[in-house]
Ligand binder design. Structure first.
Ligand SMILES: [Zn+2]
Length: 146
């Protein structure tokens, strides 16, 4: 989601790993990298960045139905207790999808960050389908000037 390239030290020209605040060689302060994708966080503040504009709420939604086969498998797994693997992998995919859509919607709004992100799931159609939603606040952030 967030791409950071290696940081080059302005003083000794040696490179440090992406995201470093200080040069690993000489200890000089490095610039906070510019964000090229959309940064999604659950917090309302981001270290080293400031929110310059709030664009409004943003969401990503996906609805999953559970086929009869999956339901029977989940039922059998449920009888023995423990993790319902057939359902958790599906939930994992659905959550990722809602995140991807959240990011897409945020990009459309011109945001480079989504703050205060939260997830919600709810069953509809008598529990035969589940809504996975991700929502947050679309914002524009920039590195704080030191
Ligand atoms: Zn250096």
């Amino acid at each position: 989601m967030i791409k950071m390239s290696e940081q080059t030290c302005p003083k000794c020209k040696k490179s440090s790993p992406a995201g470093s605040s200080f040069c690993q060689n000489c200890g000089a302060a490095l610039d906070t990298p510019q964000i090229t994708g959309v940064l999604v966080v659950t917090t309302s503040t981001i270290p080293d960045y400031e929110v310059v504009r709030v664009l409004g709420t943003v969401h990503g939604i996906t609805v999953r139905t559970r086929g009869v086969g999956g339901k029977i498998m989940a039922g059998i797994e449920g009888m023995f207790g423990g993790e319902v693997t057939s359902y958790s992998s599906e939930a994992e995919k659905a959550r990722k999808e809602s995140m991807d859509r959240l990011i897409e919607n945020a990009k459309t709004m011109g945001a480079n960050a989504v703050i205060r992100t939260d997830f919600e799931t709810s069953d509809i159609l008598n529990g035969t389908a589940t809504i996975f939603s991700a929502y947050g606040t679309a914002a524009i952030i920039r590195p704080t000037t030191k």
